[in-house]
Design a protein around this ligand. Sequence first.
Ligand code: ADP
Ligand code: ZN
Length: 743
Amino acid sequence: MNPIDILQNTFGYDAFRGNQAAIIDKVVQGEDVLVLMPTGGGKSLCFQIPAMVRAGTAIVVSPLIALMKDQVDALAQLGVRASYLNSTLDGAMQRFVEQQLLNGELDLLYVAPERVMTPNFASLLRQTQVALFAIDEAHCVSQWGHDFRPEYIQLGSLVEQFPDVPRIALTATADAMTRSEMVEKLRLEQANQYISSFDRPNIAYNIVSKNNAKKQLLDFYTEHHQGDAGIVYCLSRKSVEQTALWLEQRGINALPYHAGLPTEVRQRHQERFLKEESIVMVATVAFGMGIDKPDVRFVAHMDLPKSLEGYYQETGRAGRDSMPSNAFMVYGLGDAVQLRRMVAESTAPEAIKRIENHKIDALLGLCETVQCRRQTILEYFGEAYRGTDRKDAESVNCGNCDNCINPPETWDGTVAAQKMLSCIVRTGQRFGAGHVIDVLQGKDNPRIFNMNHHELSTYGIGKELNDAEWRAVVRQLVAGGYLSTEAGSFGALKLTGKSAVLLKGKEEIEFRKEVKAVRQKFDKKSQARPKMELEDDEAALFEAFRATRLELAREQEVPPYIVFHDSTLKEMATRKPRSLAEMSKVPGVGKAKLERYGELFLEVILEHFPPEKAVSKLMDDESVVVLDNDVNWQETVGDKVEHLHTVDQTRYWLFEGLKPQEVADKRELSIGTIYSHCVELIQLGDITVSEATGLRDDEIELIETSYKSLTDEDKGRLKPLFLVLDKRYSYELIRCVLAGLES
Ligand code: ADP
Ligand code: ZN
């Protein structure tokens, strides 16, 4: 089989995405490849398909033991021969898998990095044919990254031990430093590099200023994500627990997850998150690495992540299935202060502190920017982003972030900043934002009078702005590095080296206009709404599909998305296939899943769109085919349906691997009839000419070129071609080839 056939038949997708085809081609040819692709970009296929094309077993090295079983289960659902070896298997089971490997019964074997380099495993590998090595999460080789795995470094010696086996290393980590480390440590100097855009166009970015974080989260959830799966990130264990409880009390299926919980609780919660449909996981950063769930519809940040890398990685867990998803973050003064202080207080060497500060600048910059969030993120990773909707050369518009959809207004904040800075100086740089703002606004509270702050020249000079607006000024000054807060001084604001230029009027400053302190509403029309855009009755069908899927998943003890992804169910709900043939065209429905689940889901469609409805539709749409288990319906629509249905059966048997003659025998029909079905199926694009005819590619080509050399008149009939080809190919075979040529 060639890669595209495998993609279509086994995985049920129409076409390769981005660099997939090129990458697969190189690996199939035995070359080394380094793949940088964002989460959800489709990395798995890049090694899974070559694993099936090349002789022998592909060894997939992955640090994520918890994921191996899911991946193998998912492959099993597609009819792919895969297994895994890791410490969760008992001795007998391990020996069984090793035997499978030795018997050449596996296309893919997933193993943990620490096992690959053991003498035992190496000797096993020498007794088998290794198709390729896939090194997943290859950034784990980087000593600077937070996912560093020492065993990964040893993987570099694979090149000496197995010089003829191609290696493909994959990661979703974008930065150049990690990339060069991967090349060096994994010895990929000769590898072809494929670097995809790191844009995640299906993720809508929203960053709003914090006023009541929990309430803002709840509003966001109820407005956009009822019943969806999502992740809520909090900074501390305590806030994880409080937030989870708070959501739960409001009837939301929320679970806490942090490193302080007992292992079995964590495992149970993670399991539930994977296996149930609509869990909201409230977690610290401890949660996420290796979460492969494709249908996480939103990621919300209640506190700032540590860096832009962290933000990108965490939000990236949304929407792996490419369906619209939201990244939502609330951000306030406290967050900015805290981040700045963390670096100031750290005992790290100055060089490291400088890097850290730079990272914080970038993150706070993202929060405060009035430009496209997507552009800001991608440029940080060194990628130029030009937007999808360029109105002029200057402005980039991605159409899917808050700043692009509702461009924020700015105002000249120079005077306000000067007032703020001088009031901080006058009050002795000993107070936090609350008191300084009170002085600026000329409040008459006891604290002010006790300290005689009502006698300061800055008392009452800032009545033009309200509390929230002044806090935004402070926040933006902290974010911009014009103010700092020191350790042990309870959030007291102090001037920095940068402040002087502002105070002296040598620099102007623009602020983002605060959205009035009510809940931020998304623009309903243009804002990405993660709810799939389905008609009401289709939405009901989609829900029914989900229920069926859940049942199937429970029976097999696998996560629901292993049965079908949301994106597949959504397509199914809009297309409403009426036959297995039509069902097979839905993206994500490959041959194995068609056989396993096709009928069941057709029944669900039938229940929701019963025959009467469908028949009237059928009258308009001739291509609609009927199900065999509804006799009434068949009788109503008559012969045409009967006919199409029989084609369907032929298709089924061909897919089972029978030859046309065998199908004819089995169905007690003439071979001519079966070939006429083949012609239709080829025209539909359901089967290829070679599948139908068993002809070699060169034979097909011969027939095609002979046909093309005929005069127009001769092209209209079959006989001339038959004769040109010395009567070697039957009329039926010729018809099939011509059908292929047409389509
Ligand atoms: P990654 O490992 O890069 O995060 P995956 O390999 O899990 O991404 O793929 C992400 C999703 O995209 C999966 O649901 C996968 O089935 C789907 N996918 C991958 N390649 C294609 C393709 N060529 N056409 C359609 N869907 C695809
Ligand atoms: Zn944008």
